[in-house]
Design a protein around this ligand. Sequence first.
Ligand SMILES: Cc1cc2nc3c(=O)[nH]c(=O)nc-3n(C[C@H](O)[C@H](O)[C@H](O)COP(=O)(O)OP(=O)(O)OC[C@H]3O[C@@H](n4cnc5c(N)ncnc54)[C@H](O)[C@@H]3O)c2cc1C
Ligand code: FES
Length: 274
Amino acid sequence: MDPMLPRRYRVLRARPESAGVATVDLAPVDGPPMRFAPGQFNMLYAFGVGEIPVSISGDAAAPVLTHTTRDVGPVSRAIVGLKEGDMLGVRGPFGAPWPVAAAKGRHVLVVAGGLGLAPVRPILTHVLANRADHAGLTLVYGARSPQDLLYADDLRDWRARPDATVEVTVDHARPGWTGRVGVVTTLIPRALAGVAPDSVTAFLCGPEIMMRFCVQALGQIGIPPSACWVSLERNMKCAVGFCGHCQFGGDFICKDGPVFRYDRVAARIGVKEL
Ligand SMILES: Cc1cc2nc3c(=O)[nH]c(=O)nc-3n(C[C@H](O)[C@H](O)[C@H](O)COP(=O)(O)OP(=O)(O)OC[C@H]3O[C@@H](n4cnc5c(N)ncnc54)[C@H](O)[C@@H]3O)c2cc1C
Ligand code: FES
């Protein structure tokens, strides 16, 4: 299949998540459903508007392809505005996945900030479906406000699981919010109480500054940067390593990433304009 040629997908279901954020379930108009690994992304083409990279946020074992998008500009606005029955062009999947298989037997820690819950959601669905393969599962998730929390139904289901720890926090509470307030870093030591640091593999996704501080906080409790994986975003055009738009030092985010082991990119994260 030509990686530069979008396939036509139809919207089976479109649902709002929070202000300006929506999730769509897609199915190909013809041909088999897409197979992908957690952490990969697609190039979504809103016909007549443009094409953008968006992480796959659904279950890798499900027959539908799911994406969650925030309206920040023309293309993402067109995707957030899609309705059931609408068409979208899809190229992919692209990129290096989260190394979930390598975390077999280990305690999986997922740390997400804001829309960063979308690219790690396939890790959570996979680990929960294969829970016996892992020593434990902890999710630490932070959003700006209670209204910005994604996947309300999933959060409720995940919290009800006796074999997972789920900690949620918001930067700014609203009346009626009885949960935690504060940054995700403060929740990490408590969320991992009783867990052996050398058993943890951490997957982090969110603003780069959040990931940097979280890796520092993990280091303070004995979890090294080499056990931490992050997902990075840069502008993209081709998604297959031709155009150079996504260059990040010696790597192309589209083909060498978007998922990287933290110690391999630590010196570059935080460098302005890189
Ligand atoms: C690998 C990868 C995975 C991604 N996964 C997702 C995803 O799952 N969901 C999703 O909504 N987006 C995701 N993005 C970001 C998405 O590609 C951009 O938001 C999109 O390209 C914006 O295009 P646009 O035409 O709508 O807006 P543009 O006109 O290109 O941008 C509008 C404005 O928004 C700013 N902007 C661009 N990206 C972002 C951003 N991520 N956050 C805030 N402001 C931004 C731009 O600098 C500009 O000022 C991902 C990006 C990459 C590289
Ligand atoms: S997007 Fe073209 S090289 Fe990565």
